[in-house]
Design a protein around this ligand. Structure first.
Ligand code: ZN
Ligand code: ZN
Length: 154
């Protein structure tokens, strides 16, 4: 197979070690759910991941995918994109990043910003407790949706 080439392949190759560190057993289900998630930057929901996992593992159930996502999240191997309506969306990007979210179609894009990473919390917040991370979510209407809107008007 040789050395892993892409970021996703590298993350996948590191998965067993990261499970071990987190005290989580590597099962075929966990591996396949993780593979489906690292292979995309779409921040898919559980149903979408279920469809992809099923291509490689036809016997898997949606319930198993839900439970697997929950345990991967609980052990810090993946994260959840917060506040996106009632459907949880998942993220395997471990690099420090922020999100752009389209409020019409639910598109989620990763972006990187040194300026946001260097953000200093207001003194008031520091009085409430320690700050461990800063995550900024920018919301708007994506250019695809804006184009559609314009098309509908014409
Ligand atoms: Zn959109
Ligand atoms: Zn992300």
């Amino acid at each position: 197979l040789g050395a892993p080439r892409t970021k996703a392949e590298k993350q996948l190759a590191e998965f067993p070690d990261r499970c071990k560190e987190a005290g989580l057993r590597v099962t075929p289900q966990r591996l396949e759910v993780y593979r489906a998630l690292v292979g995309t930057d779409e921040h898919p929901d559980a149903e979408t991941l279920f469809g992809r996992v099923r291509e490689r593992m036809p016997t898997v159930s949606l319930d198993t995918v839900y439970r697997t996502l929950a345990s991967l999240e609980e052990h810090g191997l993946i994260s959840r994109v917060e506040a996106l309506g009632n459907r949880a969306r998942f993220d395997a990007n471990r690099d420090r990043h922020h999100h752009y979210v389209c409020r019409e179609c639910g598109l989620v894009r990763d972006f990187y910003s040194e300026a946001l990473n260097a953000f200093a919390p207001p003194r008031q917040v520091r009085g409430w407790g320690g700050v461990e991370s800063v995550h900024v979510q920018l919301r708007g209407v994506c250019s695809e949706c804006a184009k559609k809107r314009k098309g509908n008007r014409e």
